[in-house]
Design a protein around this ligand. Sequence first.
Ligand SMILES: [Zn+2]
Length: 375
Amino acid sequence: MMQQSRPSSRGHLLSLLALQLLFALTIAYQTLSDDFLRNLTLAESDFDIHNQEGLLAPILIPRVPGTPGQAKTQQHFVNFFRKELPDWTLLWQNSTGTTPVTGSRQIPFSNLIVRKEPPWTKPGQANYLTLVAHYDSKFKPDNFIGAIDSAVPCAILMHIARFVDKYMKQMHEEMVALGELGGTVPMDMGLQILLLDGEEAFGSSWTSTDSLYGSRALAEEWEHTMNPALSSYRDPLSQISLFVLLDLLGSANPRIPSYFLPTHWAYKNMASVEDRMRKLDLLETKTKRPFLYEAGKVPDQFNPSFVGDDHEPFMKRGVPILHLIPSSFPDVWHTLQDDGEHLDMPTVRDWCKIVTAFTLEWLDMMEIVPEPEQS
Ligand SMILES: [Zn+2]
């Protein structure tokens, strides 16, 4: 780990600002205080499986690519971001492909990219904490919902974007007021949400060509998208500071291993957030074993196996990955029982709080810039 200090101008400006702003800065630029953690609230109605005005319920429908459910889900995302976060950038990355079970018909796959970066950054300058989930659902069985797979992760990411927006706005405004024009990794941090399409295989077995339709298309496109000359980062892939993939979250008692040594430091940060929130009694689940139970894993305990998922096309291209997926998979996985009624709502809400806190800490705590570790 490499220590890098904050720009020194923060120190002397404090005296110029009102007490209220001082307080705001204090909470914005440190490891989240206990009080900050206590303020990480969420509206239960957003995750109420019957509330069509909330974040989750509209996603609890079949969402197979090329069907009306896919389009309805996309519309839900667009409506939300346009209304709640109008100054975030929304981009669609589209591709089409055939599958082993849908004949010669070209199936559309559309990834939604939503991002916000500091206002002073030029194209190719910002680095993005990148939070990822897939929104498509399985072709078979008919009427498969995929609540943990991955309607809940999508709703969690929507919540996080809205929750952290006000803090990002405040931080950026303060830095602009100071005349800070960026140019360092900690100052040029943004947040990017990827809602990916076509993760599921259409056929009965997962193959390298029948799965990951959306993520493969996006990673390939970004590999060949060059940022302007003299940008801080040569392409959109290298702008991803960390790719955090949420999948199969929402069943009780998840056990999330630390899969990758190079990002174990990030896993430990999230585990520490979970641990602090449990000790402060801020989480609803009362479990002896934390969700992120492998903070103490040592290098010799890592092995090359991992779970195939949307991170693969990015990992192959050198993007650092934190994969939040339980091992073993929840019992409802790929069955008709993976619906709203089978979710464990305290677990859903706890995940939401943990990943929100991690995101806020990431966006604040960049005096710690990890060096890539050798695996
Ligand atoms: Zn699945």
